[in-house]
Design a protein around this ligand. Structure first.
Ligand code: ATP
Ligand code: MG
Length: 513
């Protein structure tokens, strides 16, 4: 059954408005990032919100959540009530709920504690927390969404979809007011396809409870699967709001970026027999927390992909190989063994890592975009008189143009960039090191379709210089279009190594479960 069919059977008419904003503008300093935007979400629908990195999606959501103030003149309504835009308490009182991309959970705490953190209303009259009642309520709210897992294990040990479930349960906690609209900002950026299906079942349950959903994603296949209608933003303005049946992937790409995707630069099909027989990277008997006895070779100019569900060890692999977390076994780069926990030596041997949680781990918020791009290696800019700023600025500008980073300003503070544009700046930082081995952990997480094509193209070009690439990704399409071979991780071990030549994304997904 489609979500649309569910909504038709729901309590409210599916054409009633659950949330609307009209004439919404937002100016930061001199830049107007939203210009008279309108958004209307109907009761019991999933409303997609898409647009390129920096098009204004998160800003719109943060205004709804009361985190930012809009420019004067905008009108917001939740059902028949006027919404005081920019007022977080009022947003909550009217029934708006949010799941932000980082989920905002405390990883060391278990599901119960994470839910209890926000459930002050379950205090007894004497003011003490009744843990029995909190536990029962937590189990009930997760159970209602169809989850059945141990709520006493730390959240960090749960799968990504279970963690998303806790964030949704917490958002929908009915303390104080009835939830009417659940807004999710890129909830699946790091979810493997198999876990996305699980999330969609949960969202359908949420819909049946009479809650409308706003769904932000760069993955258009998902948008087309779950959304009833889609609003497209470009440069802070409305481009279109269309019902799903009138949309397909090419139309969405066209609406978001305003042109067709650039064709990848031409590559000669590589013949594996002509590749260097000495692997650029050799991994032997690698073991960590989940990873268990992994062997892997990457030749020069080869891209080896790694697929696997959450908990398969996929998210641990990059840190182990780069030497960030302690490992057993051997990592050999260009014939030399690199000791464990020495990322500095990994780098000196020519290895570079783009970590998955790069905004947390690598983003230097107070610095400029230029500094964030060039900080990995400033040698080319040093002179007797200090840094050659202009040379540095020009190189940063080239990367900004190449990856289409918005704004095109080398001196913009990094924190003011949208999530996807921050990702691109950190990718640029690593790519400009021209590494011998490039470890990419979710390289296109949260970036738009245009930037994704640009990044894929740059990675392919890197291999032409002989760089060996380890590509760890939850995205089967990405693995197949980019990698020569894919290792499938199951319970910490390589369950199989496959050529991507005749593989389809759904075949690969099958292999990971
Ligand atoms: N605090 C701020 N100060 C200045 N500019 C900002 C600030 N916050 C956001 N912006 C700018 O507003 C624009 C819209 O950013 P926003 O985060 O809304 O984009 P987005 O559509 O969510 O992109 P993404 O897909 O990358 O998450 C960007 O150009 C960004 O640089
Ligand atoms: Mg965003």
């Amino acid at each position: 059954m489609t979500p649309g069919a569910i909504s038709a059977a729901g309590l409210t008419s599916s054409t009633d408005s659950a949330l609307s904003v009209t004439g919404l503008s937002k100016t930061f300093g001199f830049s107007r990032v939203l210009q008279g935007v309108n958004l209307e979400v109907r009761a019991a629908e999933v409303h997609g919100l898409v647009g390129q990195n920096g098009s204004g999606k998160s800003t719109l959501i943060k205004i709804l959540a009361g985190y930012h103030q809009p420019d004067p003149g905008a009108v917001g309504m939740v059902g028949l009530r006027t919404l005081k835009l920019g007022d977080s308490r009022h947003a909550f009182a009217t029934g708006l709920r949010f799941v932000h991309q980082d989920l905002g959970l405390a990883p060391a705490l278990n599901a119960l504690d994470n839910l209890a953190l926000t459930s002050g209303y379950r205090r007894s009259r004497s003011g003490t927390i009744s843990w029995r009642r909190v536990r029962a309520a937590a189990e009930e709210s997760l159970g209602r969404l169809g989850y059945d897992f141990d709520i006493s294990v730390p959240v960090s040990r749960l799968s990504a979809s279970e963690r998303t479930g806790i964030a949704i349960a917490r958002a929908l906690d009915s303390a104080g007011s009835r939830p009417r609209v659940l807004v999710m900002d890129e909830p699946t950026a790091a979810l493997p396809v198999a876990e996305v299906d699980r999330l969609f079942q949960v969202l359908r349950t949420v819909l049946m409870g009479g809650v409308a959903i706003v769904y932000v994603s760069h993955r258009f296949s998902e948008v087309l699967e779950i959304c009833d209608r889609v609003t497209v933003l470009r440069d802070g303005r409305n481009v279109a709001t269309r019902p799903r049946p009138s949309l397909d992937q090419p139309t969405l790409i066209d609406l978001t970026i305003g042109r067709a995707l650039p064709l990848p630069s031409e590559l000669v099909d590589r013949d594996p027999t002509t590749m260097d027989p000495v692997p650029a990277l050799k991994v032997r008997s690698l073991a960590g927390r989940v990873i268990d006895n992994v062997d892997l070779d990457i030749c020069q100019g080869e891209i080896v992909g790694v697929a696997g569900l959450t908990g398969s060890g996929r998210d641990e692999l990059a840190d182990l190989i780069f030497g960030v977390s302690p490992r057993r076994g051997q990592v050999i780069v260009g014939g030399e063994v690199v000791p464990s926990q020495r990322p500095d030596l990994s780098m000196r041997r020519g290895m570079a890592l783009v970590p998955a949680e790069r905004l947390l781990k690598a983003g230097l918020g107070r610095m400029t975009v230029r500094e964030n791009i060039t900080i990995g290696n400033l040698r080319g800019f040093l002179s007797r008189f200090g840094l050659k700023r202009e040379v540095e600025r020009q190189e940063a500008q080239q990367w900004i143009d190449r990856l289409d980073i918005v704004p095109k300003d080398t001196e913009a503070p990094f924190v003011t960039l949208s999530g996807g544009n921050q990702q691109k700046a950190i990718l640029a930082r690593v790519l400009r090191l021209s590494p011998r081995i490039l470890v990419l952990d979710e390289p296109t997480q949260g970036v738009d379709v245009g930037a994704r094509a640009a990044i894929h193209d740059i990675v392919r070009q890197e291999t032409r210089r002989g760089t060996g690439v380890l590509l760890i990704s939850a995205d089967s399409e990405e693995l197949i279009s980019l990698a020569d071979r894919v290792a499938v991780l199951v319970h910490g071990r390589i369950a199989g190594m496959y050529s991507t030549r005749d593989m389809t994304p759904s075949m690969l997904t099958e292999l990971t479960v």
